[in-house]
Design a protein around this ligand. Structure first.
Ligand SMILES: Nc1ncnc2c1ncn2[C@@H]1O[C@H](COP(=O)(O)OP(=O)(O)O)[C@@H](O)[C@H]1O
Ligand SMILES: [Mg+2]
Length: 255
């Protein structure tokens, strides 16, 4: 049995009278790719935002390895090994691709995010190690060829990969990705799937929210399905595809 990296227990989040997430429980194992799916408005992004520390939970607990993190600030969760990407791009267009990934390293360094991109100062052993780490991520995310271009000049698909690369810079044990394939065309989706499989090979677990069903079905080891904030199914892609409650939830969305 693989080690449990993330344990979510009876997690709930309400916005006034809206119960966006209701008593949600699930686990993620080391190196696992877990899909979180459900119709629009079913609570997927809210779940990710609560897990990452952007929103406080209404109730419930979140364990990252041995640590209870549900009341921990977002930055502390990152340094404990939980990193995320956002549904929409949050990038600094005037930075180069390499500088951008470097900024993501600041949680694993003692220096500040901005000190790490300044062109002066001693090259310490720590900086050399950081350079190697950043180069490795640029390779992994197929961004090495465009490492010195400004972020604002690369394609939107490349920007999507850059968001993942920047999150990986913090050396997470689990990466949360919210709709990484939105707006991508088929060959870009395939490249994204390859990237996520390669991330998993590095023993990093991935929790992926995605609307593109073929991508989810081909990529995930296990899938959790939400509807109106509640978990309605959990299982392998084959089990989820055949589950009547899941089919009903999605037929409801199509109507
Ligand atoms: N900041 C917020 N304030 C009020 N309601 C919200 C907020 N964020 C999400 N919601 C509501 O919570 C529910 C779940 O939304 P969300 O988590 O974004 O769903 P999904 O990502 O599955 O499409 C929806 O009814 C949405 O309108
Ligand atoms: Mg969403």
């Amino acid at each position: 049995m693989a080690e449990t990296i993330l344990r979510v227990d009876l997690l709930a989040k309400s916005f006034g009278g809206v119960k966006a997430v209701r008593d949600l429980s699930f686990d993620v194992s080391a190196g696992e790719i877990l899909g979180l799916i459900g119709p629009n408005g079913s609570g997927k992004s809210t779940t990710v935002n609560v897990l990452a520390g952007l929103l406080p939970p209404t109730s419930g607990s979140i364990r990252l390895g041995a640590d209870a993190i549900e009341h921990m600030p977002e930055a502390d969760r990152v340094s404990k090994g939980l990193a995320r990407t956002f549904q929409t791009a949050r990038l600094f267009p005037e930075f180069t691709v390499r500088q951008h990934v470097r900024m993501g390293c600041h949680t694993i360094r003692r220096t500040s995010a901005f000190a790490s991109i300044l062109p002066f100062g001693l090259v310490t052993r720590e900086q050399v190690a950081t350079d190697q780490h950043v180069d490795g991520i640029l390779q992994l995310c197929t961004l090495a060829q465009i490492a010195d271009r400004p972020v604002g000049s690369i394609s939107s698909a490349q920007q999507r990969f850059l968001m993942i690369a920047t999150a990986l810079a913090a050396k997470p044990r689990i990466l949360l990705v919210d709709e990484p394939a939105a707006g991508l065309v088929e060959h870009e989706r395939q490249a994204l799937a390859d990237l996520i499989r390669n991330i998993r090979k590095r023993e990093i677990a991935v929790l992926i929210i995605e609307h593109h069903m073929a991508l989810i079905m081909s990529l995930c080891d296990r899938i959790v399905v939400l509807n109106f904030g509640s978990k309605i199914a959990e299982g392998s892609p084959a089990e989820i595809r055949a589950n009547p409650a899941v089919i009903d939830a999605y037929l409801g969305e199509a109507a």
